[in-house]
Structure formats: C-alpha cells, structure tokens
Design a protein around this ligand. Structure first.
Ligand code: DGP
Length: 112
C-alpha cells in the first residue's frame, strides 16, 4: 500500500490539482484521458478494488462526490458516464478503487 500511486495522490505526497476534495474523497484529471472530461474519483482510504469494499459508506461518499463533480463541471444537461473497472477482466490497471467520470463526447455502448 505504501507504493500505491493513488494513495500518494490522495495524501498529497504526489502534488496533484484536485478537481474536488473532501475528508473522504479526492478527484483529479486522468493522466490518459479517454474523453474531453475524464476525472478519477477515489476514496482517500485504500481499497484494492470495488470487490474489497466492506463499508457501504464508501459508496455513498464516492458516488455523491462524483455527482458533485459532474454538477460543478456543468455536465448534467448533455450527460456523462461513471465507470468502475474491477479486476483483470474488468480492465482495472491501478489497484486502488477509482471511479471514472467521462463526458464531453458521445460515449459508445457496449464498451470494448
Ligand atoms: P483503470 O484502468 O480503471 O485502473 O484506470 C486507471 C486510470 O488511472 C487510467 O485511466 C490512467 C490513470 N492513471 C494511472 N496513473 C495515474 C497517475 O499517476 N495520475 C493520474 N492522474 N492518472 C493516472
């Protein structure tokens, strides 16, 4: 966990411009954006993935924060997508729970 890149972003060890932050969550722009808006929302506490979450309040703070970010960026009218990749087949590459908030173009469905 000491080597977790998202823990370092959440703690401030890696300086990052937060789009949003509170006591439970930080949000910041994805390094490799897949849409004009691509924000990652993460809990400050380390969970390796969605499968590791054992406290329902993690979901309320994560989702509530993501909606706040969407509102603050004015995304409600045209819409947005929230994605949580989990595990190998889910396409997760960083083992710290994170929610992708994507917007700014028509997003295809189904995902690849
Ligand atoms: P996933 O594939 O769902 O685990 O998404 C991980 C995302 O994290 C991917 O879109 C790239 C992004 N990412 C990885 N390392 C960093 C980083 O150091 N800073 C930022 N801002 N984003 C990162």
């Amino acid at each position: 966990m000491n080597e977790c890149i998202f823990c370092k972003i959440a703690s401030g060890e890696i300086p990052t411009n937060y789009v949003y932050s509170d006591e439970n969550v930080v949000a910041f722009n994805d390094l490799n954006p897949q849409a004009p808006v691509h924000v990652l929302v993460i809990p400050r506490q380390h969970y390796a993935s969605s499968a590791a979450v054992d406290d329902p309040s993690v979901w309320s703070s994560l989702l509530d924060s993501a909606v706040k970010v969407a509102r603050s960026l004015g995304l409600e009218e045209k819409g947005y997508r929230m994605v949580i990749n989990t595990g190998e087949q889910g396409g997760q590459s960083v083992p710290h729970l994170h929610l992708h908030l994507l917007a700014g173009r028509n997003l295809g469905w189904p995902p690849g």
